[in-house]
Design a protein around this ligand. Sequence first.
Ligand code: NDP
Length: 325
Amino acid sequence: MFKALIVNKDDSGYSTKLQELEDDSLPAGDVTVKVQYSTINYKDALAITGKGSVVRKFPMVPGIDFAGIVEHSDNPNYVPGDLVLLNGWGVGETHWGGLAGRARVNGNWLIPIPAGITPEQAMAIGTAGYTAMLCVIALERNRIIPKSGPILVTGANGGVGSFAIALLNRLGYEVVASTGRPQESTYLKSLGASEIIDRAELSSPGNALAKERWAGVIDSVGSHTLVNACASTKYGGVVAACGLAQGMDFPATVAPFILRGVTLVGIDSVMRPREQRVKAWSRLAQLVDPQQLEQITRKVSLAEVVRLSNQLLAGEIRGRIVVEL
Ligand code: NDP
């Protein structure tokens, strides 16, 4: 038996409850993992509260991330006792996910936890940190280096935003953080932001081109914020777009792309090929500061996940939540 959060949708509506399940209720897969830690991402909060159509199959165990120990494996790459982690691949959406004591998955979706980090730290990083790393790698691949100029990070107090600031700072970039919570400026500066701007500066319709301010952008907000971020990017700059916290729309003009040669790079973490995941996680293991990780993380139990998901969607959570199974 193991505990799991179960999302259901039937005639009585959408519900998320904590339940005890039998091991034989687990879905098909060649590796069974004793989940030690999971986390709550924005997407998980949507799945848990039913505020977004993330879950495609019911009943579903939510949780797009987990870390734990292999219990049983028919996959040649894993043996019992291996420490593994998983991000994405539709887990928590179409295949039972990480907010449960056990998970059974396709072993090809797993990656070994890189040397130097624990399962708990892996989940403190989670999809948020892994996505922030993919965004940083996208800037690097497009030749944005610390000397190119400041980097704008939007949604600064969120999971992706917090990691983006810390990683960029560690690599020597100057970071401008855009936030709706200026009261958290001390926290953002402790992560490595050198300038804080009010997100209201970017969140309403603006001009097709604006003053050139940053060499690069990591945007987890979308909508007008992404449009204005592009319009204020310096000639030849790069914008990595990964999120939609403000909205999925992109009411832009082509001006920044055709007049300033700005590059807009789309970042998807869910279906990212394994080789790129392994590289991103190995960079994270080198770059993440364990003390800072502890500072931005709080540990909770499975019973607290529904309440915290509502708070996360209301923009009341700072940094990362680790769920201990
Ligand atoms: P969080 O909820 O932790 O952070 C989102 C942040 O966005 C908030 O903390 C807030 O920052 C800001 N924000 C919230 N609402 C608004 C608004 N209406 N207008 C402007 N800013 C707003 O989420 P995550 O960091 O986990 O994820 C961020 C986004 O990235 C989500 O849309 C998520 O779906 C997406 N994502 C995409 C991935 C991919 O593979 N492409 C992977 C992971 C996440 P502040 O208070 O500082 O303003």
